[in-house]
Design a binder for this molecule. Structure first.
Ligand code: UD1
Ligand code: CA
Length: 458
């Protein structure tokens, strides 16, 4: 089979973004626009992915460093889409086919593009087109009396009659590499913008009797580009709409599909319920019957079956065991591992902490660098003092221990199995198994105590 090269045009400045960041690095669903296009190319099993870059090239390359096998070609001066394509031509194998995508059009589906690639493999020039009620700004598809596509005319070069055409060029096209090479070499820049238009390849194909095959796209979102922040926001909503659809198709209930955001990938079990204003980032896995309350952020988290996360929780880099209850207002930070049935209540922060089955940390607590056994009760206001200004130290709490409220556990320290720490203690030495540790200062009562009084004025 003729190998596919995908050429991604991404050298445009993106002035209307009013940004220091190159346009293609602005994100949709947490991923750069260009990242989406590269993923689409991968979805088509492209043998080569070539990015024509210009403005902010180094930043773009750095941001895409994780993408293996991308070939970068610089277009030093932006002289038009035809000129951009010319920069990539030396890298193309004449035996193959080329698909041209735009770095700022992120939501095209591989399924939509496959027929274009197939047409190119049959020797044709394939165009992705769309019908628009307001075609302003786009190149128009000009057909002859028999309905055959003759050429594309850019708006700035169009006659009033041509401007009235509502079938427009999305810019996405596919062709045999050898033919495209010939057409691009023949492009001129005698037009309103003084640019080399890749779209003029259509008239050249007609001249050469190469069939031009238009493919109309049904879902507008697939061909929408980003020129300004408003369009970026619109595409973000389109993208999130797709994510919500996918979650619901997978069996999740979304109380409001318009108020869930996925910036990464979420896998859900059966009968998951997600309340309003929940944000997922990175890779998140939710087990069966998980319930996520409103206003939660989950980033890179694994949540076990039957877990309930109440409102306003931040869960990052954490693993939560089956049946656990989290929140409201809890913050689980990276390397938190909660076993089955753990309860984490309001204003509790955990970091690099393992908590055993059935243990409860219900209120106002910080646990960092801690290992906590099973059935432990950590009272309100408990703090692991894990940091001495230079080093982090561990706190170990044995099974069935009970930590009284408002205790400071000064690490490194171990609280033994079944041990009890009295409320208000500051514990800086290990507590043996089964014993009670109390560090309160002895109480003193002074009867009839007279508070000092301010001298009367005047
Ligand atoms: C282009 C098409 C137009 C189509 C429209 C769809 C041409 C001549 N016109 O117009 O028919 O309706 O897209 O959005 O092709 N780019 C470069 N180097 C350049 C110029 C552009 O890499 O010198 C890249 C841009 O980064 C962008 C893409 O090509 O990703 C399209 O460029 P843009 O300036 O938006 O093209 P339009 O004039 O809108
Ligand atoms: Ca454009």
């Amino acid at each position: 089979m003729q190998q596919l090269s995908v050429v991604i045009l991404a050298a445009g400045k993106g002035k209307r973004m009013v940004s220091d960041l190159p346009k293609v690095l602005h994100t949709v669903g947490g991923k750069p626009l260009l990242g989406h296009v590269l993923a689409t190319a991968s979805g088509l099993e492209a043998a080569t992915r070539i990015v024509v870059y210009g403005h902010g090239g180094e930043a773009v390359k750095t941001a895409c460093a994780g993408e293996a096998g991308v070939i970068w070609v610089e277009q030093a001066e932006q002289l038009g889409t035809g000129h951009a394509m010319a920069q990539a031509l030396p890298l193309l194998d004449d035996a193959g086919v080329v698909l041209v995508l735009y770095g700022d059009v992120p939501l095209t589906r591989p399924e939509t593009l496959r027929p274009l690639v197939d047409a190119a493999r049959r020797g044709r020039l394939a165009l992705l087109t769309v019908e628009l009620t307001d075609p302003a700004g786009y190149g128009r598809i000009v057909r002859d009396d028999t309905g055959q596509v003759r050429r594309i005319v850019e708006e700035k070069d169009a006659t009033p009659a041509e401007r009235a055409l509502s079938e427009v060029n999305t810019g996405i096209l596919a062709a045999p590499a050898a033919k495209l090479r010939g057409w691009v070499a023949g492009l001129g820049n005698d037009n309103a913008q003084g640019e080399y238009y890749l779209t003029d390849a259509v008239a050249l194909a007609v001249r050469d009797d190469v069939p031009v095959e238009p493919f109309a796209v049904a879902d507008l979102a697939e061909v929408r580009g980003v020129n300004d922040r408003r369009q970026l926001a619109e595409l973000e909503r389109c993208y999130q709409g797709r994510q919500a659809e996918a979650l619901m198709r997978g069996g999740a209930t979304l109380l409001d599909p318009a108020r869930v955001d996925v910036r990464g990938a979420v896998a859900t079990g059966r009968d998951v319920v997600i309340d309003a204003n929940v944000v997922f980032e990175g890779a998140v896995r939710l087990g069966d019957r998980v319930r996520i309350g409103p206003f939660c952020v989950l980033r890179d988290a694994i949540i076990g079956d039957d877990v309930e996360v109440l409102s306003h929780c931040w869960i990052e880099g954490a693993e939560v065991g089956a049946g656990a209850q989290i929140g409201p207002f809890a913050r689980l930070r990276p390397e938190t591992q909660l076993a089955a049935g753990v309860h984490i209540g309001n204003f509790v922060e955990t970091k690099k902490t393992r908590i055993g089955p059935g243990s409860k940390v219900n209120h106002l607590t910080y646990l960092g660098d801690a290992e906590i056994g099973t059935r432990v009760n950590v009272g309100a206001g408990t703090i692991t003092c894990n940091y001495d200004g230079a080093n982090k130290h561990k706190t170990l709490i044995g099974d069935d221990a009970f930590i009284g409220s408002n205790s400071s556990l000064v690490a490194p320290v171990r609280i033994g199995q079944g041990a009890t720490v009295g409320a208000g203690s500051s514990v800086s030495r290990d507590v043996p198994d089964g014993s009670l540790c109390l560090t309160r200062a002895p109480r003193k009562d002074v009867a009839n105590w007279r508070r000092p009084v301010k001298p009367k004025k005047g």
